[in-house]
Design a protein around this ligand. Structure first.
Ligand code: 5RP
Length: 247
C-alpha cells in the first residue's frame, strides 16, 4: 500500500520485503551524498522521501549542520522524530537543494507528483530551491507521462464548475478520461492547505507543457502535479544499480 510508511514510526521500521522499498531507500541514500554542511534543504513527501529524512537524522546526529523546510505536515512530523532541524519559507525563503520523490519521471525530467497530495507545497519548496533532486525506484521512469493519474489540487468552492473546466481544457488537447475526487477512508481527502484533490486519469499525456499551461489558467485549480523544468537531477535505483539522469 502506498501509504504504508505512514503507519510506521520511522521508515527504518518498514519491512523491506518489497523490492521497491529497498530501491527507494537506496536512491535516498545516494542523494545524501549531495547534502553538505550549512545547506538549507527542502524535504519532500512520501515513502522515498521518508528514507531521506531518516538518513538525514543519522547525519545530523553525527554533526551535519542543516536547516530544512518540510513539504508536508507528515514530513515535518517525521523530521521532528529524527531531530532534523526545521525552518519554514518565511524565515528561509531561499533554499540550496530540495530532495523529493515522484510518481512518474518522464523525458526531460518532467514529473508527475502529488500521489501523496503534497504537490502544492512540494512545488513551492522546489521553486524556492536552487536545485531539485528527484529520488525514485526504477518503476517510476516512463517514456510518456500519464499512466499515473494526474493529481490536481482544487478549492472546494465551485468544484463541479472547476471539474467541467478541467474536462474542457483536456478535451481541447485531445485528452479524455475520468476525474475523481480523491478520498481516504471514505472521506474526501483534504490537503495540508485545506483543499481537495482531483485525480485525472487522462492516459498518455503527449504534451505535458500544453496541459500544464491550460490547467494553471483555470481559476479553481490551485496547483497541478506536473513538474516541468524544475528537476535538475534524478537518482533512480534499479536492480542494476543507481542511474543518475541530468536535466
Ligand atoms: C507526494 C509526492 C511523492 O513524492 C510521490 O507520490 C512519490 O511517493 P513515494 O515516494 O511514496 O512513491 O509527490 O505528493
Amino acid at each position: 500500500h502506498p501509504d504504508l510508511w505512514l503507519l510506521f514510526a520511522s521508515p527504518d521500521d518498514l519491512p523491506l520485503t518489497n523490492d521497491s522499498s529497498a530501491l527507494k531507500k537506496r536512491a535516498a541514500e545516494a542523494a545524501l551524498a549531495h547534502v553538505e554542511n550549512g545547506m538549507r534543504l527542502g524535504l519532500g513527501t512520501g515513502s522515498t522521501a521518508a528514507f531521506l529524512v531518516s538518513g538525514l537524522g543519522k547525519r545530523v546526529a553525527e554533526g551535519l549542520r542543516i536547516v530544512c523546510v518540510p513539504t508536508s505536515e507528515q514530513t515535518a512530523a517525521l523530521a521532528r522524530q529524527h531531530n532534523v532541524p526545521l525552518t519554514d519559507l518565511d524565515r528561509t525563503p531561499e533554499l540550496d537543494l530540495t530532495i523529493d520523490g515522484a510518481d512518474e519521471i518522464g523525458p526531460g525530467l518532467m514529473l508527475i507528483k502529488g500521489g501523496g497530495g503534497a504537490h502544492l507545497r512540494e512545488k513551492i519548496v522546489a521553486s524556492a530551491s536552487s536545485r531539485l533532486i528527484v529520488i525514485a525506484d526504477a518503476s517510476k521512469k516512463v517514456a510518456t507521462l500519464g499512466a499515473f493519474p494526474l493529481p490536481i489540487e482544487v478549492v472546494t468552492f465551485g468544484l463541479a464548475a472547476t471539474e467541467m473546466a478541467i474536462r474542457k481544457a483536456a478535451q481541447e488537447l485531445g485528452l479524455a478520461g475520468s476525474l475523481e475526487v480523491r478520498s481516504r477512508d471514505g472521506q474526501p481527502f483534504v490537503t495540508d492547505s485545506g483543499n481537495r484533490i482531483l485525480d485525472a486519469s487522462f492516459g498518455r499525456i503527449p504534451d505535458p507543457e500544453a496541459l500544464a499551461e491550460r490547467l494553471a489558467a483555470i481559476p479553481g485549480v490551485v496547483e497541478h502535479g506536473l513538474f516541468i523544468g524544475l528537476a535538475d537531477l534524478a537518482i533512480v535505483a534499479g536492480e542494476g544499480g543507481i542511474e543518475e539522469i541530468d536535466a
